[in-house]
Design a protein around this ligand. Sequence first.
Ligand code: COA
Length: 375
Amino acid sequence: MTSNPTMGLAGVVAGRTSLSTVGKEGCGLTYRGYSIEDLAERSTFEEVAWLLLRGELPTSPQLTDYRTRLQSLRELPAGLKAVLEQLPETAHPMDVLRTGCSALGCLEPELATSGTFDVVDRLLATFPSMLAYWHWFQTRTMRIETHSEEDSMAGHFLHLLHGQRPSELHRQAFDASLILYAEHEFNASTFTARVVTSTLSDFYSAITGAIGTLRGPLHGGANEAAFDLINEFASPNDAERGVLERLARKDKIMGFGHRVYRDCDPRSPIIQQWAKRLADEVGDTRLYPVSERIEAVLRREKKLFPNLDFYSASAFHFLGIPTLFFTPLFVFSRTAGWGAHILEQRSENRLIRPTADYIGPEPRAFVPLEVRRTV
Ligand code: COA
């Protein structure tokens, strides 16, 4: 079968948005007009979430109130804890979040009287708590408290995960990665959220669908797969050999390439700098040099560039985060972007229902069961 130009909807304008631009000036990324470089260097994840959801950067009192509000929403209802306790240790953490989101939608459904931001704020506040609660219960049979003194998502999650306050370097590095992951126009999971929303379904259903979409290795799951690859190699030379073998087999190298960006992903150099700082801090002499060599080989052999997921993988590892949690971290952050798209879709909704080119058989006469022949 020959592929047609709209396969995968590549290049198709499927709607409009005021949230972000991706690759508009070749390599750029902006959230509501602000460059990703400025946001990653000069703001925090909570400011970015507010910006995406409310349209403008918060003032100082607004930010303080927002942090306090999110902090106050971190507790999990008893019914959700009971559900999380039933999910086995072997479950993929993305499935845990998908189930947790759906369960919360049963326990605290979105109502006609719900405030515009009620569900998205609750999800932003509880996703880190859900993952940490399930993790500690399944690995140590501990029922942890899911509140902390930390007023940032980054600090809060690292605190819950490691049972102690993170260093300022770790909090900042994680916060920067949350900013980078927060929004990316009509990517597959966001588009899913918009399709679900366009049927006038509820917020939880849209986010649950988005989590399922993000899970795949061609999308969010790439950061996990990228780490597994990097971690396989003992040295840069070993990595060069291994990657060349994979390319010869026509394998895809996870964490490289992009549907929209053609020459570079503007988020990659930012997370790469953080990965380098974290590597230096732990005295790493393997993972970071291996990553650099893989990048060099992919550029030389295929003119492919690393996307956000590639250096995020080693950055997350240096933060002491288990590999299976990498894609869930993406959920924590992207919930801000998904939420903003859901609200935007609602503000000028029309059912999203494209059509397909039919490539099946011509119309034909029905064959009764008794005369059908088995081949
Ligand atoms: N490794 C090896 N080759 C790659 C590649 C990768 N990561 N990404 C693209 N290519 C090659 C393809 O094999 C194809 O080569 P061909 O024309 O010789 O067949 C060409 O580049 C075009 O790739 P294609 O998969 O058609 O591009 P796409 O726009 O459909 O896919 C991605 C974009 C992101 C799905 C793709 O680059 C990919 O699978 N990357 C790895 C997964 C990943 O990191 N995802 C996270 C994205 S942020």
